[in-house]
Structures are given as C-alpha cells and as structure tokens.
Write a protein that binds this ligand. Structure first.
Ligand code: DX5
Ligand code: ZN
Length: 219
C-alpha cells in the first residue's frame, strides 16, 4: 500500500500572501495543490478563476488538482488544460453527459476526476468507474472551507472501494472537507488514497509540520 496523497487546499491560504503559501506547500511533504474553483451558481460562493490559477501555476512545483464547482464545466476543459491542471475534477451533479465530459478531459491530457456531493450515492458511478481516474468524495457540502466533516463519508468510501475492486478499476479515492489528523487514519483505513485539507493545514501554527504529520498518520 503506497503512502496517502496529501493535497492542501489553497482556498484556506492567505490570498494576500499566495506566493509565500505556495512555497510553503512546495517545501512540504504535500503531493498535490488542491485548487477550488467556484462559480456562485453550482455552489453559493465564488472563489477564484483563471488568472489566479495561472498565477498559482507559475510558482507551484507539484501537480495541480483542480476541483471545479461550476455548472457546465465542459466549456472550460481546454482552458484548464492550458493552465496546467494535472487532475481536472467535475461534479457528477453538474454533468448531463458525464461519459463525454470524462473523455474530453482525458483527450486534453489530464486525469479525469468526478466529485460527488454528500447526498449523491456512489452507486451512480458504477457504469463509468473504469473511465474515472479520481473520485472526489465530498465530506462536506461544497462551497466553503472550515466545515464539519460528515460521518456518513466512511460508508461511501468503503462502498466505492468495493466497486473499484469489483470492476478492476484503478480509480483513486480522494476525500475533501473537514479532514484533520483525527479522522485521517480512519479515512485511509476505509480506503481513501488522497486527502484534501484546507483549514487544518493553513490555520495551524506550523503548516509544514501539519502536512508532515498528516503524511505520517496515513502511511
Ligand atoms: C469545499 C472545498 C474544499 C475546502 C476544504 O467546497 O472543496 O476543498 O477547501 O476545506 P477544509 O479542509 O477547511 O474543510
Ligand atoms: Zn475541493
């Protein structure tokens, strides 16, 4: 079993010191930059868009894991490929033709991710699981950092793990929302391969150490 992927969410970074916070992640044991793009329509919040993602990409030395919380994400697949996204994740709830969207993401050379809201059952992914590189299980309702972890997530991770094994798929399971050192070991035990952490990392006294601790508890 390989070590868990740790993806700090820049939504919790200090936007007035973004370069400093990006360098911190560069110098830490983190694996990916998690980048939350919100449109104020799919979720009740607006975060940041292309110019900021471009600026992040200029300094980030690790893969960009872009989480699109937007309606009709197909319109922007090419743009995010050009901005250097390594993983492009769209929401199941925002895609009418998910199979087509997944192929379009992969055709641009990116890994294809699908995020599911807390109310969305994992069983809805069964027919496309082999086409998905990463499933992002939302463990809070998307839109804001710093929310409380939803306990039902463990069950969803286990169900998804079973589906992946049954289908001989190579899909990674990523968990997003309310992740901390307390729940990280149980999430990994349930089957999570990647953990997103925003406030837990950036509000801590020593974020590099906090990332290191997360990495350690999940080996
Ligand atoms: C929520 C975002 C998360 C968020 C996580 O809509 O998708 O990535 O930044 O933040 P924390 O870890 O603070 O819950
Ligand atoms: Zn996210």
């Amino acid at each position: 079993m390989s070590a868990t992927i740790i993806a700090p969410s820049l939504l919790a970074a200090d936007f007035a010191n973004l370069q400093r916070d990006i360098e911190m992640v560069n110098n830490s044991e983190a694996d990916w930059f998690h980048i939350d793009v919100m449109d104020g329509v799919f979720v009740p919040n607006i975060s940041y868009g292309m110019p900021v993602v471009k600026a992040i990409g200029k300094h980030a030395k690790k893969p960009l894991d872009v989480h699109l919380m937007i309606v009709d994400p197909d319109r922007y697949i090419k743009d995010f490929a050009e901005l250097g996204a390594a993983v492009l994740t769209v929401h199941y709830e925002a895609c009418t033709h998910l199979h087509r969207t997944l192929q379009a993401i992969k055709a641009e050379g990116m890994k294809a991710g699908v995020a599911i809201n807390p109310h969305t059952p994992v069983s809805l992914l069964e027919e496309v699981i082999k086409d998905i590189d990463v499933v992002l299980i939302m463990s809070v309702n998307p839109g804001f950092g710093g929310q409380k972890f939803i306990e039902n997530t463990y069950k969803k991770i286990q169900q998804l793990k079973e589906m992946i094994l049954n289908n001989n798929a190579e899909t990674l399971i990523e968990v997003d929302g309310g992740v901390n050192a307390g729940n990280a070991p149980s999430l990994v035990e349930a089957g999570a391969d990647a953990l997103v952490a925003g406030n837990f990392v950036f509000s801590s006294e020593d974020p590099i150490q906090t990332i290191g601790n997360l990495k350690e508890v999940t080996v």
